[in-house]
Ligand binder design. Sequence first.
Ligand code: ACM
Length: 552
Amino acid sequence: MTSLTELVPAPRGVVAGDGEVRLTERSRLYAGPGTEGAGHWLGAVLRQATGLPLREGRGPRDTAGGIGLALDPGLGPEAYRLVSDHDGVLIEGGDAAGAFRGAQTLRQLLGPDAYRRAPLGRDRARTVPHATIEDAPRFRWRGLMLDVARHFMPKEGVLRYLDLMAAHKLNVLHFHLTDDQGWRIEIERYPRLTEVGSWRARTKIGHRASPLWNDTPHGGHYTRDDIQEIVAYAAERHISVVPEIDVPGHSQAAIAAYPELGNTDVVDTASLTVWDTWGINPNVLTPTDTTLRFYEGVLEEVLELFPADATGPRGHSAFVHIGGDECPKDQWRASDTAQKRIAALGLADEDALQSWFTGHFAGWLAERGRRLIGWDEILQGGLPPGAAVSSWRGYGGGIAAARAGHDVVMCPEQHVYLDHRQDAGPEEPVPIGYVRTLEDVYRFEPVPAELTPEEAGRVLGTQANAWSEVTEDQARVDYQVFPRLAALAEVAWSALPAPAERDFADFERRMAAHYRRLDALGVAYRPPTGPLPWQRRPGVLGRPLDGPPPHR
Ligand code: ACM
């Protein structure tokens, strides 16, 4: 059993009782109409962890010491009430997602062994303290971005991350599927995107200034079936998957596969290969009709694989992320084709050309009932109504977007880039970016003070971004993401006071219990005392802190 005061993220309200519910061989599990999915999930994990049969019950209060799930439409989206008393445990959700979030809280209350896949003993993971918990999320968008382009994360790893996200009540996986260093999603009509674009011959080890190379080829991609499995698995956990197909920058892998997508009048794109190092890449898409039609073809398949109604409680699965960040304009300035396009469209400059490009896809997606979201560079040159912005270069883009009436997801690199070092010490593995400790993330505030209440309402929420240039495998991703994702989850879910008033000491105390959950889940987090010997990367160059920001 876990104490009521050890929940992460912290619930809104807890009233403790003075007994406990004990699950036994006779305990039943009843999932009422609308909560069958949550019931199915809860039954599966608790049968594994406890070894109990948890037979199907006939009503929410079927057996003393049982578990019931039901809907209470009086509660809001994703909200729930959990009552544990002498009758058993009753979880009522405002919707199916709320029942699922409540089921996650029940798992926490059962103790860390409830996160294991087989029972450790008869008395473990079987008791729940008597209590009434009322809970609801602060933000509707609570996300994690996984960059599976720089280093591929095999499908099993993505499913595992969806479970980890669900355990933290997160509800959006922003899936960064394409970049200069790899194209990770099968597109039937363009097979070379994965035949050529999904692997590279070698890889820079460490920061781009590092002299080291890994000469083992790196690659991998998700088949259409893999993607559908990922989306369905996420849906079972009430998580929306927002795919990112990055245009018009970060596109060298696509250009390596289809050289006509590049600025062929400026560079010999036929000689380009999938990029093997890191940084901002000059090889961007050529702004031609051929490129537009090509990416419409890509997006047609993407829309099919990521249906708008597939996932999540909040309509987030309508979104398609088109990147839009870090698109150097040098090739467009030098390209006759690009300059002719600017003239023909009567545009002011190359920024306006990117805006035209973004606007094309915003309209194209809107015609199909979908919404465009992109990194904050898409604001340059104007953005069509309905499009949303991921504010990454600080708060500024998000503030401008909210004031212009656009929805915003706050993910400033100064605060929630989890690839960045989490301590200033010399032992951090391949340290890059800003130093952002667990406490720094805990004190991150997604809504800037200068917004009016109406503008603040356009901040859908927040997400952490886990870029993968320096995280080559699951253990490295775990190290960077945890424990800081637990802090981000609390920022996104819980009703925390202003940053300076947040009780970090209490969060740390609750984290002591949470580390036991992460241990049971097999998460290779950064221990509070610093990296374990095998979590260090001696000799691999990061980015010194005394250089100019942003130290990436
Ligand atoms: C980004 O970090 N380039 C969005």
